[in-house]
Write a protein of this length. Structure first.
Length: 358
């Protein structure tokens, strides 16, 4: 039997604490199993969002993770390749109120085993350092330039004027780590903020709820107010999510989009996590976009070949005439949401190689 719950239906869990406890149970017990790395990923993300939004849980809400916490040393010893997930969950469980002090010992073990030396990217090293420092342990005491390298990557705004979701997600996570998830000012300069704005413009054009939520969160962590157009659209999308009880449905669903847009709402003081959680195995469905504006825009600009220009004012008419009505509407809103849209388009148009070979 299928039970579908929409965000505007009356709650079966009558408090935020009850709904969040039900969310914890859903991910801990009903979707995947504890030896699955995707179980670790999902539960680490849920706990992270609850912890950094200062969730006030019912006293027994964390009991669903009692067995996991009891055996966490065994898991860490046998699955050190997943140490960031494991350590993150341990620290968040403790910070949310689960009794115990294992986080310090695990952070010390991570540093002693030099697990961070196995990471291949500065972003992963930054995450590992941030986790260990939550318990006063620096696993990279000799790396004094890590944050400077991350900021150098983030300040190259043209990177984020071109579709590259991996780079955009890395950008938001840099802000998360530099700000300790909104706990202090990450001190972002104008170039860094422009990178976030360009990445947000692409996410909006792509109608990407997940990425745009993260970008709005990152901007708020930096003390900036995201575009009201972006935030209003995210709020409208949040109301369209469907939570469905389905024992046989595909588990590759939209759970992450659901978590991110509700996290955004919490950070923006616009509510969040208002949906009643069905019992059993829950599948998360986001609204399906009616158009693919970014795809249309990219195809349009690419098709112009050597005739394309990086001057948006000169290109606007030629571009908009080739778009569907839906894509045109989104593009108009994207332009209104970004007072540096001309600079964004100059990067998006990518005329540099054409100019160099002319």
């Amino acid at each position: 039997m299928t039970n579908i719950v929409r965000l505007d239906t009356p709650f079966r869990q009558y408090s935020m604490a009850a709904r969040q406890a039900a969310l914890l149970t859903t991910f801990a017990q009903n979707r995947r199993f504890g030896d699955d790395v995707f179980w670790l990923k999902e539960n680490a993300e849920v706990l992270n969002v609850l912890e950094c939004t200062n969730a006030e849980l019912e006293p027994d809400a964390l009991a669903v993770h009692g067995g996991f916490y009891e055996d966490i040393e065994k898991r860490m010893g046998f699955f050190p390749q997943y140490y960031r997930f494991l350590l993150s969950m341990c620290l968040d469980l403790e910070n949310l109120g689960l009794p115990g002090g294992k986080g310090v010992r695990l952070a010390e073990w991570v540093a002693a085993q030099r697990l961070v030396d196995a990471e291949i990217s500065d972003l992963q090293r930054a995450e590992a350092r941030r986790l260990c420092l939550r318990r006063g342990v620096d696993p990279l005491p000799g790396d004094l330039g890590l944050n400077d390298r991350l900021r150098r990557f983030a300040r190259r705004s043209n990177t984020f004027a071109m579709p590259n979701k991996k780079a955009a997600y890395e950008l938001t996570h840099i802000v998360f780590y530099l700000s300790e998830y909104g706990r202090h000012d990450p001190d972002l300069d104008d170039e860094f903020i422009e990178s976030l704005t360009f990445a947000g413009t692409l996410a909006f054009l792509d109608l990407n709820v997940d990425l745009l939520s993260e970008i709005c969160i990152a901007l708020r962590f930096a003390g900036r107010r995201p575009s009201e157009i972006w935030e209003s659209w995210l709020m409208s999308q949040a109301q369209g999510f469907v939570l469905e009880e389905d024992a046989n449905g595909p588990i590759q669903d939209d759970y992450h989009q659901y978590l991110m847009v509700n996290w955004f709402m919490k950070v923006a003081n616009k509510g969040g996590f208002a949906a009643s959680i069905p019992a059993g195995r829950v599948i998360f469905h986001q609204p399906i976009p009616a158009a693919l504006p970014l795809h249309e825009l990219s195809e349009c600009v690419y098709a112009m070949g050597e005739t394309r220009s990086d001057d948006w004012q000169a290109m606007r008419r030629a571009v908009t005439d080739r778009l569907s009505e839906e894509a045109h509407t989104v593009l108009t809103a994207a332009e209104a949401a970004n007072d540096r849209f001309d600079a964004f388009f100059a990067g998006f148009a990518r005329v540099g190689l054409n100019g160099a070979t002319a």
